[in-house]
Design a protein around this ligand. Structure first.
Ligand code: NDP
Ligand code: PMR
Length: 399
């Protein structure tokens, strides 16, 4: 049986700094078209749902541990392969969408044990079961990326499990396109950048040590990026565009108090905050590569898995968007991929022997063949990557 350790710490939630009502959503556009008031009113239910989820999560404390089997280790085979033991991969946000599909694809090979690092233990357990992931191929461990305490606790719990770490996949993300006001992580960072970038930044910095210790033939650290953070594409030119500016907001801590909640110091825009966070993800991957690839042998990679228009990422978008976005991507842009296909793509980046190159941003063409893609000027700016790295390490308490 798999080890199951879940510690739902009280800090495991995101704290909205200002009281919000369900009606307080930003005037929104659907593919650039303004919405009528009756459509806007539908936002209310989303707001209430979030609040309910918030209330449910607060005060929940749980720790679960059951016995585990040690990873199966097979010695060198006839072809002289170094090791054939089961790989051990952590995937953040594996309770839905891309993360779940990747967990399923890897588990199905029988060659991987997946540690599903999720903020909602029960949701993850149900998701794994309904996706048909075999019990012996996964473990759920609690991780709330919107709390740095939770990140540190996750790392401790993982180390206590005694499993090796061969691949880390930073996949989880939040997207708040309709939020009128920013919300914040436990430490007071704007939620999208705080979760998608800073939470993963601390996690990956801490776990690099564990990856380094692994004896697996191909050790990898993958941070999921996206086309919408790349302004060298059509998708990346849909407003609001990603732009980190001179990083003054990030340097100020993204608190929204006396400083801006946005990296570039501007006023809050949830869609932009998400795209900015993806730029940080892609810059972080490259900075990792420059600093640590040679020294550790770990391959660092990012990717755009395709437009998975049906996932929970769009849960806070208006219902009309969620209805029209999949057909728009399927028939107009032709950028649509199913969750299953996207999972296979990310699983390739985890385990395919031909995708071992470090410092690469992978994409797939129409025939689903992988290729090394070009990042935008900003997303490949090494000076900016260094500055984002240095500011981020101060914010998460590493420097
Ligand atoms: P989903 O919403 O389906 O998955 C996101 C996952 O992140 C969920 O499991 C969610 O948990 C988890 N998560 C959110 N906040 C936290 C947190 N604080 N701590 C831990 N986990 C958290 O979206 P996708 O599958 O679409 O997104 C996965 C990745 O793919 C993201 O990095 C996204 O940027 C990227 N991507 C997505 C594209 C798309 O078209 N959908 C395109 C390009 C990139 P919970 O289930 O509890 O909510
Ligand atoms: Mg986009 C080839 C064109 C293409 C692709 C691949 C995407 C992917 N999008 C494309 C084009 C367009 N989009 C065009 C022309 C428009 C204007 C009509 C458009 C609009 C649009 C919106 C409003 N697109 C969106 C949104 C979102 O809210 C999504 C977003 O930006 O989330 C941050 C989104 C996306 N489009 C994509 C992808 C992959 C997304 C999901 C975002 C992501 O995870 O990065």
């Amino acid at each position: 049986m798999a080890l199951q350790a879940a510690a739902l710490v009280p800090s495991a939630f995101s704290v909205p700094k200002e009281a919000k009502t369900g009606a307080s959503f930003k005037d929104s556009c659907l593919f650039g078209v303004s919405l009528s008031d009756h459509v806007k009113a539908e936002f209310g239910s989303v707001g209430l749902r979030s609040k309910r989820e918030f209330n449910l999560r607060t005060g929940v404390v749980r720790a679960q541990t059951t016995a585990t089997t040690t990873p199966s280790v097979t010695k060198a085979g006839a072809e002289g392969k170094k090791t054939l033991r089961k790989g051990s991969v952590i995937i953040t946000g594996a309770s839905s969408g891309l993360g779940l599909a990747t967990a399923k694809a890897l588990a199905e090979t029988g060659k991987w044990h997946v540690i599903m690092a999720c903020r909602d233990f029960l949701k993850a357990e149900r998701a794994a079961k309904s996706a048909g992931v075999a019990k012996e191929n996964y473990t759920i461990m609690h991780l709330d990326l919107a709390s740095l305490d939770s990140v540190r606790q996750f790392v401790d719990n993982f180390r206590r499990s005694g499993r090796p770490l061969d691949v880390l996949v930073c996949n989880a993300a939040v997207y708040q396109p309709t939020a009128k006001e920013p919300s914040f992580t436990a430490e007071g960072f704007e939620l999208s950048v705080g979760t998608n970038h800073l939470g993963h930044f601390l996690l990956s910095r801490l776990l690099l040590e564990d990856l380094e210790k692994s004896d697996y033939p191909s050790k990898r650290l993958i941070i999921v990026g996206s086309i919408t953070g790349n302004t060298n594409t059509l998708a990346g030119n849909v407003p609001p565009k990603a732009n980190l500016g001179d990083l003054r907001g990030l340097a100020g801590g993204l608190t929204g108090l006396n400083t801006s909640p946005m990296i570039d110091g501007g006023s809050f825009d949830g869609a932009k905050a998400y795209k900015d966070s993806k730029v940080c993800n892609m810059l972080t991957m490259q900075e990792f590569h420059r600093r640590y690839h040679e020294e550790t042998g770990v391959a660092f990679a990012s990717l755009y898995p395709g437009c998975i228009a049906t996932t929970g990422l769009f849960r806070e978008h208006i219902p009309l968007f969620r209805l029209l976005f999949p057909p728009f991507q399927k028939y107009i842009t032709k950028g649509f991929v199913s969750e299953e296909e996207s999972g296979k793509r990310l699983a390739q980046v985890v385990s395919d022997p031909s995708l071992t190159k470090s410092g690469v941003y992978w994409s797939w063409n129409k025939d689903s063949a992988s290729f090394e893609n070009q990042l935008s000027q900003e997303a490949s700016d090494s000076e900016k990557a260094r500055k984002v790295w240095e500011i981020s390490e101060k914010l998460v308490g590493l420097a």
